[in-house]
Ligand binder design. Structure first.
Ligand SMILES: Cc1cc2nc3c(=O)[nH]c(=O)nc-3n(C[C@H](O)[C@H](O)[C@H](O)COP(=O)(O)OP(=O)(O)OC[C@H]3O[C@@H](n4cnc5c(N)ncnc54)[C@H](O)[C@@H]3O)c2cc1C
Length: 417
């Protein structure tokens, strides 16, 4: 959308209302060519992929993110349009319909999409993580059954690890799967499951053996399996564009052919999924933070107090500089960890943990800082910075809390080699 007025023409309340109405769908520059240019350091195809994702975010997501949040809409059609661009199974093999891109490409895509709606992109990223787990560890039969329809997002996927009694200590999970004839019979419950009730396939970590990680298996549960049910939709601070609820298994029967990988390999598969998942969610934080800085910068240029626009106050200039520096450091860490995962570096797991820890905390602070630069307007739901702030808050909690990230990093440092 073209600029409706020049900054110097903004006086008084009426015009400010006009500005409000365009806040959600327009950011003037997204800071292209600046020190935090989102495309800096990218080459050839990566630049093109990013541009496609940025255009999609601007045209198909940003104008609707407020409505999706307020009305808690799961934007199926938009996600399918994103999938048509190859964003439904970004780092799955092309054999069954995946896009065949790298983790770095995925990070670039999720960062760009999140500038348009962080919450929706976060769900797309969880869906991608599940698709990859099936593609990487599933049988040919499972890959053939699921990857094509997950890639187009005709079908949606959810990741089920957390339980009411097993959060950070995920290995203590108790949801059981017992063999009966040619089936598994599953009993137990998973908590906080993103996409619950809307997803078509649930990637469920169950106990098939003794206590500990080696007694866990990964089993796919179709939405219409007998004995599967969903709790009430949770009311969340953010991430409102997809539902979350308890997923219950009450003598839930699935064929044994739904096992992903070998029995006892499930915890390992869950953690491997999360390495990418942590990068994905950190990438969503980057996109939200980038958009927040761009919006705050535009606001400083138009809002007048004490007879001048806010951009003239040195404290606010410095805040902007600090936020930009936090963002760039975060982005470099995320892209570095993504490259390590692509190269299968030995340190990839801990680099992903560090990147998730750093980027999600810094980017939440950036979004919160941007809200502050908007003053009272930042606290109004007419302005998107509060939504980016609410949506990024949970990234410090899920896919392993940031305390658990600290544990993983310190464990690596304290290991004798
Ligand atoms: C909106 C939302 C969506 C989610 N989506 C999913 C999903 O799709 N699939 C899924 O499986 N899960 C999902 N989760 C669950 C999420 O992964 C867990 O909430 C998270 O792992 C933390 O578990 P918990 O909530 O039980 O907290 P707890 O484990 O009870 O932790 C409480 C606090 O104690 C800290 N803590 C715990 N142990 C230690 C320790 N040893 N040292 C220091 N600090 C510690 C934690 O870091 C945290 O601050 C989602 C959560 C939310 C809020």
């Amino acid at each position: 959308m073209a600029l409706l007025f020049r900054p110097s023409q903004i006086f008084g309340r009426t015009v400010y209302h006009l500005q409000r109405s365009i806040q959600f769908c327009q950011t003037r520059t997204m800071l292209a060519g600046s020190c935090i240019d989102i495309s800096h350091g990218l080459e050839g195809e990566q630049n093109q992929i990013q541009q496609v994702a940025l255009d999609f975010a601007k045209n198909e997501m940003s104008p609707y993110m407020q409505k999706w949040d307020e009305e808690e809409i799961f934007p199926v059609d938009t996600m399918r349009k994103a999938a048509a661009l190859g964003f439904g199974a970004v780092y799955c093999n092309e054999k069954y319909g995946g896009t065949g891109l790298s983790r770095l490409d995925a990070s670039i895509i999720f960062e760009a999409l999140a500038t348009g709606c962080c919450s929706t992109t976060a769900y797309i990223s969880i869906h991608n993580m599940c698709a990859w787990m099936i593609d990487e560890f599933g049988t040919e039969e499972l890959r053939e059954k699921w990857i094509g329809s997950l890639a187009t997002m005709d079908k949606f996927a959810s990741y089920c690890l957390t339980e009411p009694g097993a959060g950070s200590d995920a290995v203590s999970l108790t949801t059981s799967a017992k063999k009966d004839g040619s089936d598994y019979v599953i009993n137990g419950a998973k908590a906080f499951i993103s996409g619950a009730g809307r997803s078509d396939v649930y990637v469920v970590m169950c106990r098939t053996g003794a206590a500990g990680a080696k007694g866990v298996s990964c089993i796919l549960v179709d939405k219409d399996s007998p004995g599967l049910s969903f709790g009430k939709k949770e009311k969340k601070v953010g991430w409102n564009t997809h539902p979350a609820s308890i997923v219950s298994f009450d003598d839930c029967r699935v064929p044994q052919t739904n096992l992903v990988g070998a029995e006892g390999q499930g915890f390992n598969i869950a953690m491997k999924g999360l390495n990418g998942g942590r990068l994905n969610v950190a990438s969503c934080s980057l996109g939200a933070a980038h958009a927040s800085i761009a919006k705050a910068r535009d606001h400083l240029k138009v809002r007048k107090q004490f007879g001048k626009t806010l951009e003239n106050f040195q404290y606010l200039q410095f805040r902007l500089a600090e936020m930009a520096t936090q963002l760039l450091a975060s982005r470099l860490m995320v892209r570095n960890a993504a490259k390590a995962l692509d190269n299968k570096d030995q340190e990839a797991v801990v680099l992903c943990s560090m990147a998730k820890l750093f980027a999600t905390e810094q980017c939440f602070e950036i979004c919160n800082g941007a809200l502050q630069l908007f003053g009272g307007y930042g606290y109004l739901k007419d302005y998107p910075v509060q939504q980016y702030m609410r949506d990024t808050r949970v990234h410090c909690i899920l896919e392993g809390t940031n305390e658990i990230m600290r544990m993983l990093v310190s464990r690596d440092l304290l290991t004798e080699r």
